[in-house]
Design a protein around this ligand. Structure first.
Ligand code: CAA
Length: 246
């Protein structure tokens, strides 16, 4: 029988690579997309050549606590208890702190960090009851080292790391592990949206002198989700080309 997984931000650069990898690993995947974006999600689904048995597109506003509680409760009744939760949805609203609007602060905290509560909590109790499960949170090198222009993003991404360690402590007695994957600068639309000269200067500081490939992030998610990784919990796997060595 297929294992059941959910991923937020499924069709983004890293999310899309993780989705493909999990399908390859024979998961049934619930792929969430944001409100009103069905057309775009369906296009992604078709382009990837997924079948409905492999991937179910699922509209979810990950910033809305009540909506997540209701919809994920019903989803669990339909699909069963989850084996894997991947919190991947994330946005950037970069800008120097002295000029940062409160909207740019709260939008990033809501989408990148509060979403982790909203999505994980409705699913976690059943995973504990079943006695096994995996939670994998996609953080960032910038949550580990900080970054000029990203007080909001770094706060959210660092918050995910603290959350994961605490959840790992709580889940351990029930066989549920929680881990973080912290990508560095990866070849995705999010990174490509940066000003060229800023991105070039960052690339120069990366010891491996290149961006990560989304597939290099996805394979570590698959590893952490696997049976072989059953003894790893509360850990952060950094995949950043040497940009930050914790
Ligand atoms: N350290 C110290 N000073 C810096 C700096 C740095 N890293 N970067 C810029 N500055 C300085 C500049 O030298 C400049 O100084 P002067 O005024 O003395 O010339 C000043 O700060 C203003 O710099 P900018 O012209 O860049 O300022 P801006 O307001 O036009 O732009 C910004 C600000 C949008 C934040 C821009 O600096 C930027 O895009 N920075 C990169 C942010 C970043 O790394 N984002 C990652 C997005 S991808 C992602 O987040 C995925 C992931 O997980 C890795």
């Amino acid at each position: 029988m297929k294992k059941l997984a959910i991923i937020t931000g499924s069709k983004g650069g890293i999310g899309s690579a993780i989705s493909s990898k999990l399908v390859e690993e024979n998961y049934r995947l619930i792929a969430t997309y944001s409100t009103g974006n069905y057309e775009c999600a369906k296009r992604w689904f078709d382009e990837k050549g997924f079948t409905e048995d492999q991937v179910r597109l699922f509209e979810l506003d990950v910033t809305d606590t009540e909506e997540c509680r209701e919809k994920l409760g019903l989803l669990q009744q339909e699909e069963g208890t989850f084996d894997l939760v991947v919190n991947n949805a994330g946005i950037t609203r970069d800008g120097q702190f002295k000029k940062m609007s409160s909207n740019n602060w709260f939008d990033v905290i809501n989408t990148n960090l509060n979403s982790v509560f909203n999505v994980t909590q409705p699913l976690f109790a059943a995973m504990c009851e079943k006695g096994n499960g995996r939670v994998i949170n996609i953080s960032s090198v910038n949550g580990q080292k900080g970054q000029f222009g990203q007080t909001n993003y770094a706060a959210a991404k660092a918050g995910m790391i603290g959350f994961t360690k605490a959840l790992a402590a709580e889940g351990a007695r029930s066989g549920v592990t929680a881990n973080v994957v912290a990508p560095g600068y990866t070849g995705t639309p999010m990174v490509e949206a940066m000003r060229e000269e800023v991105l070039d200067s960052i690339k120069n500081t990366i010891p491996l002198k290149r961006l990560a490939k989304p597939e290099e992030i996805a394979s570590s998610v698959a590893f952490l989700a696997s049976e072989e990784a059953g003894y790893i919990t509360g850990e952060t796997i950094a995949i950043n080309g040497g940009l930050y060595m914790a």
